[in-house]
Design a protein around this ligand. Structure first.
Ligand SMILES: Cc1cc2nc3c(=O)[nH]c(=O)nc-3n(C[C@H](O)[C@H](O)[C@H](O)COP(=O)(O)OP(=O)(O)OC[C@H]3O[C@@H](n4cnc5c(N)ncnc54)[C@H](O)[C@@H]3O)c2cc1C
Length: 435
């Protein structure tokens, strides 16, 4: 049976799926988000560390992040409506990124930040220790697993310093942020359907015509957008568009540990977003004066590609390795006997840059491959997708004549072919979760 039809069906109601709905519905599109889970943001969004960095390894990535920062800072203005559950909060803690040999002392990151006039400060070792007196700035890199025979041995001298980005921070509740955007989209006329799984993408000739649900019902739409998170490659396979892509994405399993912070320091109040490529870890303040500790996926960490419908969601030794690595830098950090944390997946591309693009099936688009670093960009990604979809549906061939998107807060145009499925692997990338 065919239900009523829509201008666009958006597969997924994670933070990016909701933002695509909001941006399209603001432009007058009649949208329907369908999600197999019970509420917005219950997929990988709910596991996100929701770090809002203002720096990336590429110019376009940096521009998007800085545009995003302006939106998170004025979140209520962006949404334009109240949410009965309240608004997610932006906590502007600043981000300290250590200069290492591997990141060339942050040279390219600094250059992009400088050209976009993003506030940043070069900090000496003394300045770092003034803010975080418990750090040991000895070089230990390259990062090792904690059972490596040379783990914990200094590898020569101290780190050169750090770059401090004062505008960075994190969102306190990523799932609530997605719910906020759902409410904002609904206020523009968008519809959401939960506990509903899409099992097929239908087409007529070269053009998408709609989707089929697990219960056998069809829903028609002029446009279908895959925002399925780590399920997105399976959805692309349903649509038969994988062959036409130069690069695709895979579900990469991740562990994030939640631990008590160093003694005698209120990390929740005075901590920062901390990124350290020398030990291959990042840390962020968490409620209850805790720290979330994640991996930069250095070479020593196994690439744990999984079937997103069937993977082990228990913490393993990997979480312990991350904590031990951080304890090299924070020698007073206790190693908890019992570690709590979260296990989730990135939808990772080979260059850790997302794919925001059209496909070889007319009317079928994707916002996928978000590689563990696109929560911060969700509102901007939603707007980019709306520009892309309107441009392509208006007849522009994005593959030959790329669509640009205007970032209005920072007054900067970006060329959306940067995110193309047809691109060569971007060698400017950090090839880590930093993008
Ligand atoms: C552990 C972790 C830490 C992270 N930390 C950060 C960070 O600090 N900063 C940052 O910027 N980014 C971070 N990210 C990345 C960020 O969270 C993601 O890029 C973002 O949440 C992706 O949102 P999404 O809407 O694309 O996908 P998701 O939130 O995964 O949503 C996809 C939705 O699609 C639905 N779906 C899939 N298939 C179907 C189907 N067939 N039918 C119906 N529904 C379907 C799913 O149920 C799901 O709800 C992190 C990610 C993880 C996993």
């Amino acid at each position: 049976m065919t239900q009523k039809s829509y201008d666009a069906i958006i597969i997924g109601a994670g933070v990016i799926g909701c933002c695509v709905a909001f941006e399209l519905s603001k432009r007058g599109w009649k949208t329907l988000n369908i999600d197999r889970l019970p509420a917005a943001g219950y997929g990988s969004t709910s596991y996100s560390c929701a770090i809002i960095r203002t720096h990336y390894s590429t110019f376009t990535g940096t521009a998007m992040a800085y545009e995003g920062y302006h939106i998170w800072r004025e979140w209520g203005d962006y949404l334009g409506v109240k949410d009965e559950s309240g608004w997610a909060q932006y906590r502007e803690t600043g981000c300290l990124a250590l200069k290492t040999d591997g990141n060339n002392n942050m040279a390219s990151v600094r250059q992009h930040s400088e050209s976009l006039k993003i506030p940043m400060e070069d900090w000496t070792k003394t300045q770092i220790l003034e803010r975080l007196p418990f750090l040991d700035l000895t070089k230990y890199g390259p990062a090792k697993l904690s059972d490596h025979p040379n783990f914990g041995e200094p590898t020569g001298g101290d780190l050169a310093g750090a770059v401090y980005f004062p505008k960075a921070g994190y969102i306190n509740d990523p799932q609530l942020a997605a719910h906020n955007v759902q409410r904002a989209a609904e206020a523009q006329g968008a519809t959401f359907q939960f506990n509903t799984e899409i099992v097929a993408i239908r087409s007529k000739g070269d053009r998408v015509s709609g989707i089929t649900l697990r219960d056998g019902n069809d829903i028609d739409a002029k446009v279908v957008v895959n925002v399925g998170g780590p399920h997105s490659p399976k959805i692309n396979a349903m649509a038969g568009v994988l062959e036409d892509m130069n690069l695709s994405s895979r579900a990469l399993r991740q562990e994030v540990a939640y631990i008590p912070t160093v003694p005698n320091f209120d990390f929740e109040a005075n901590g920062v977003i901390y990124t350290d490529e020398d030990i291959g870890c990042y840390a962020k303040p968490e409620v209850g004066n805790k720290m979330a500790v994640g991996s930069h996926n250095p070479e020593c960490d196994p690439d744990d590609y999984v079937d997103y419908d069937d993977f082990d969601d228990n913490l393993t030794d990997q979480a312990q390795h991350q904590i031990y690595r951080l304890a090299q830098r924070m020698p007073t950090l206790g190693i908890p006997g019992h570690v709590s944390g979260a296990v989730a997946c990135y939808d990772q591309t080979p260059d850790w840059i997302p794919i925001y693009d059209k496909t070889c099936l007319d009317g079928y688009y994707m916002a996928v491959g978000t590689s563990g670093n696109q929560f911060k960009n969700a509102p901007v990604a939603g707007a980019c997708m709306a520009s892309l979809i309107e441009g392509c549906e208006g007849g522009q061939d994005h593959d030959l004549n790329p669509i640009t998107h205007h970032l209005k807060n920072i007054v900067q145009d970006i060329d959306l072919s940067f995110f193309s499925r047809k691109r060569m692997i971007n060698t400017e990338s950090s090839f880590t979760v930093l993008g």
